[in-house]
Design a protein around this ligand. Structure first.
Ligand SMILES: [Mg+2]
Length: 280
């Protein structure tokens, strides 16, 4: 049996996951993906994979096809996840088969940045914040006006069902802890919290070593979503960049990530996919 070009595992495993013939695409027909140079601006597989990191369900499927086929074209019939953007609900196709497949895989860790990824906070009053936070930083009283990124509550609920969710922020715990309490009031979504003292200060800024978020330190099973490029400097092959968010009420970046994060649950080593972006 040939090995899977994505995960190094059995090829039937990959095909069963991504190329099920009986399931429709969102377009109502088979999705044809061209990965020839020129089709994506000449950058080939790397840029196709990069588009998946910010492009949503179709782009995630494209990335999988690109990685599987390398060059040429591929036909795919299965987006594993469908997002209803009207109410931010998520449908995972064929959940029974997914459960069988996941039984063979260890649960992965999703490491999320906080500021400009999940929320935006400002010291100046603006609009109607989701949270008005009064804390002391170095004994100085501060008021933070905290705004939630659109769809953050639905996003956290969904990814907590798929991953062990960790928040890793370069912010101080005096500020970040109350914000996380507001995002996860019942302490059932976020398993661990890491703050500035856990970051590594590099000339480029704060970097995050995601291996510390797992007891086994296994980087094959850890994904970091962050808006700051400096955060990725230690584990670049575990990175999913997300657009910086401050105020766009129509932002859907968190929803766009869900299909891709669903796919990543099924690979043996997340770096086999995420490193495609670095190789551009
Ligand atoms: Mg940030």
């Amino acid at each position: 049996m040939d090995s899977c070009i994505i995960c190094g595992g059995r090829q039937s495993y990959f095909y069963e996951l991504f190329f099920s013939p009986e399931l429709p695409t969102p377009h109502g027909g088979p999705l044809t993906v061209s990965t020839e140079d020129g089709a994506d601006g000449g950058a080939g597989v790397g840029s196709v994979a990069a588009s998946a990191l910010s492009g949503g369900a179709d782009a995630a499927a494209v990335a999988a096809a690109a990685a599987a086929g390398g060059i040429g074209s591929a036909k795919m019939d299965m987006p594993p996840t469908v997002i209803n953007r009207a109410d931010a609900s998520v449908t995972v196709l064929n959940p029974l088969r997914n459960r069988v497949l996941l039984r063979r895989l260890e649960r992965k860790t999703l490491v999320l940045d906080l500021d400009e990824t999940l929320v935006h906070s400002t010291l100046r009053p603006a609009g109607e914040p989701d949270l008005e936070l009064r804390v002391h930083i170095d004994s100085f009283p501060c008021v933070f006006y905290v705004f939630k990124r659109p769809h953050v509550d639905a996003f956290l609920r969904q990814v907590a069902a798929w991953y062990d969710v960790v928040v890793f922020t370069a912010s101080l715990h005096q500020y970040a802890n109350p914000v996380l309490d507001a995002l996860d009031p019942d302490s059932e979504l976020i398993a661990q919290r890491y703050f500035r003292e856990s970051c590594t200060l590099l000339p480029t800024g704060f970097a995050k070593d995601v291996s510390i978020t797992r007891s086994d330190g296994d980087l094959a099973k850890a994904v970091l979503v962050d808006n700051s490029p400096s955060a990725f400097m230690i584990n670049r092959h575990n990175a999913i960049p997300i657009e910086t968010w401050q105020s766009n009420v129509n932002d859907e970046a968190l929803l766009d990530l869900l299909p891709f994060l669903n796919i990543l649950r099924f690979v043996d080593d997340v770096r086999s996919i995420l490193s495609l972006r670095v190789a551009r």
